[in-house]
Design a binder for this molecule. Structure first.
Ligand code: CMC
Length: 392
């Protein structure tokens, strides 16, 4: 079978050709469909960016209107799907709950099973964009024992999500526009990042011609891990830990450098960026602004800044080109907006959803796609003869 390249972690393997997102890790450049992330962050909104990623161009006013209306028509969950939430323990982590619920969409929409049926792929796309925020809000409501709220389609996607998450049936919920804007910005910044672990998972699962719901559900589980999306929760836990132990940042950094087992500077380092993550740059700038605007003072932000400063002037981090990544400051913002730590990675999933969808669709339409099936270097026993139980 010829020569096999050994590349653990796929550090040097280009597994797909893609026209969606461009990253230059040395220069700290990120573009969606050619548009610099800084411009999209300043001028666009999450729904428009979702359209751009999935369909390749910014929408015209009519296209955006049509897209918005289609999504609004699908925000409701099937009543039976709501009952899924009763089966999970109250303290369940919301990521596996979300993944299970997305997986279950395949059972409610059996018209979605053929990945080459384009009108149905379109419908699944809209269903996902519309229903995942509802599912996420219900996962939260379940965890705090509050009743589910039906979506209010007079609201925008982010506002609707905030209302379903924090609203109560008995009282009107006023969405704070600063909060909605902050979350919308964070969703834009998370919307795609080319062949990261979860997106590669979506593509790999999809390469077997599994449908969109199944592939996205697998992507959510890949995002769950602390080295990927789970890092945003892990950063907060790390900052909490440093504060609980007296706020000694230098001592924590020493522990990281000594490579104590399980101690990493969470929210630092990246496979591709060997420079400041452009998303982290925007987030850091806006963290102060947002916390100020909504009137939150958080000592953990001071610890985070001190931690960053200490790391960026330390040889260990300089030599390895370790910079803050997207997850370093986001948790502080999510916390200020009122989300519990456990829920942060769900917010990452909501943001990444259009990217996953765009990649799955690109993969399924690409004539070069083959089933993902890596090879291995076998390191086990040579052939040997079976020994009967009595002789072992
Ligand atoms: N703290 C301390 N040392 C680190 C860190 C860190 N956060 N990241 C990398 N290193 C060291 C690592 O120990 C290695 O050192 P040495 O050469 O002495 O063994 C060197 O830097 C190269 O690291 P690597 O693990 O080979 O790099 P990778 O490309 O395989 O891993 C990473 C990338 C993101 C998994 C890693 O940097 C990491 O674990 N970071 C912390 C978790 C995190 O913040 N993840 C979020 C990533 S960004 C967005 C997302 O996907 O969610």
């Amino acid at each position: 079978t010829g020569y096999i390249t050994y590349d653990p972690g796929f550090v040097n393997t280009g597994a797909a050709s893609s026209a969606i997102t461009y990253i230059d890790g040395d220069e700290g450049i990120l573009r969606y469909r050619g548009y610099p992330i800084e411009q999209l962050a300043e001028h666009s909104n999450f729904l428009e960016v979702s359209y751009l990623l999935i369909y390749g161009e910014l929408p015209s006013a009519t296209q955006l209107d049509d897209f918005t209306q289609k999504i609004n028509r699908h925000t409701l969950l099937h009543e039976d799907l709501k009952r899924f939430f009763d089966g999970f323990p109250r303290d369940a982590h919301p990521m596996p709950v979300l993944s299970s619920a997305v997986s279950a969409l395949s059972t409610f929409y059996q018209d979605s099973l053929n990945p080459f049926d384009e009108p149905n792929v379109e419908l699944s796309t809209v269903r996902l964009l519309a229903k995942v925020p509802t599912l996420a809000a219900y996962a939260y409501k379940k965890s705090i024992g509050q009743p589910f709220l039906y979506p209010d389609n007079s609201l925008g996607l982010v506002e609707n999500f905030l209302r379903m998450t924090f609203g109560l049936p008995a009282e009107p919920y006023q969405v704070d526009p600063d909060v909605a804007k902050a979350l919308d910005l964070l969703f834009i910044l998370h919307a795609d990042h080319e062949q990261n672990c979860s997106t590669s998972t979506v593509r790999l699962v999809g390469s077997s011609e599994a449908n969109l719901f199944a592939s996205i559900s697998a992507g959510i589980m890949a995002l769950f891990g602390p080295l990927h999306g789970g890092a945003n929760s892990a950063v907060l836990e790390m900052l909490d830990g440093i504060q609980a132990e007296g706020g000694d940042v230098a001592r924590f950094v020493e522990r990281v450098k000594n490579k104590e087992k399980g101690v990493r500077l969470m929210g630092f380092g990246h496979r591709v960026y060997k420079n400041y993550d452009p998303r982290a740059k925007i987030i850091k700038r806006t963290a102060d602004q947002i916390l100020g605007k909504i009137g939150v003072q958080d000592h953990l932000l001071d610890i985070a800044k001190e931690l960053e400063e200490t790391a960026l002037s330390d040889d260990y981090f300089i030599e390895r080109k370790l910079y803050p990544n997207v997850d370093f400051y986001t948790g502080l913002i999510y916390r200020a907006l009122g989300f519990p730590t456990k829920f942060f990675t769900v917010l990452f999933a909501l943001g990444r959803l259009p990217g996953w969808i765009a990649h799955w669709r690109e993969m399924i339409q690409d004539p070069a796609t083959k089933i993902g099936r890596p090879r291995q270097i076998y390191t086990g026993e040579k052939e040997r003869d079976y020994v009967s139980l009595s002789e072992r």
